[in-house]
Design a protein around this ligand. Structure first.
Ligand code: GDP
Ligand code: MG
Length: 207
């Protein structure tokens, strides 16, 4: 059988997912995990905790560019809609977003997980859906289970409640996994179904 076990095979890709406090309060733990599980992803690590402000602030600022990128993106969001942004300085915009995020993410238990599988980062993002539930695709977690919007959160001065976080790139996934887990907490194991997902010749089916 042709081997698919070399360490750089795409099936070893990992991504970090957090079921945010609203996901838990909405009783969606099983539904969310089920969506990643049924596509063929493998759960490699999981813990439940009430995140501290320090952990959340660090999580969102692991990328030193995140503050500027998020500020610029948010300001563009306002101007694209013909609206005036509340601030012109991207860093001030992000400071407010970060404060609201810390407030939201530390308010109750969250579940932090590592999911593994081919194209884990893109597949998990596809199933998760776009950031703003108002425009997330139907069929995604954020599109199917929550109704929030930036219009609502801006009016009420809070973070968008979109149920889950999922890493957006290989670099982000690596940094976030290292931020939330010790290496020994992420388990290397084989799932029986990986035969049907990845074996080259499907040699193990017929007796
Ligand atoms: P994600 O990867 O889909 O979770 O989105 P990002 O990484 O771009 O943003 C992280 C978090 O920052 C989001 O979950 C929002 O809470 C917040 N955020 C991002 N962009 C915006 C925005 O344009 N406006 C507001 N109010 N918050 C935003
Ligand atoms: Mg992100």
């Amino acid at each position: 059988m042709k081997s698919t076990t070399s360490n750089n095979h795409p099936k070893f890709e990992r991504t970090l997912v957090i079921i945010k406090p609203d996901g838990i309060q909405r009783s969606l733990i099983g539904e969310i995990i089920g969506r990643y599980e049924r596509v063929g992803m493998k759960l490699a690590a999981m813990k439940m905790m009430v995140p501290t402000a320090e952990l959340i602030e660090k999580h969102y600022t692991l990328d030193p560019e995140w503050r500027v990128k998020t500020g610029v993106k948010t300001i563009k969001g306002y101007t694209d809609k013909g609206m005036t942004p509340p601030e012109t300085d991207p860093l001030k915009v992000t400071e407010k977003i970060l404060r609201n995020l810390v407030n939201y993410m530390t308010k109750g238990p969250a579940i932090v997980m590592v999911w593994q599988g081919a194209h884990a980062i893109s597949i998990v993002r596809k199933l998760t859906g776009g950031t703003e539930p108002l425009t997330s695709d139907v069929g995604t977690i954020r599109g199917d289970f929550v109704i929030d919007s930036y219009a609502l959160t801006d009016q009420d001065g809070r973070a968008i409640r979109n149920l889950v976080h999922a890493s957006g790139s290989v670099k982000e996934a690596e940094d976030e996994i290292a931020h939330w887990f010790k290496p020994q907490e992420v388990i290397d194991y084989r799932l029986v179904q990986e035969g049907i997902l990845y074996d080259v010749n499907l040699d193990g089916i017929l007796e």
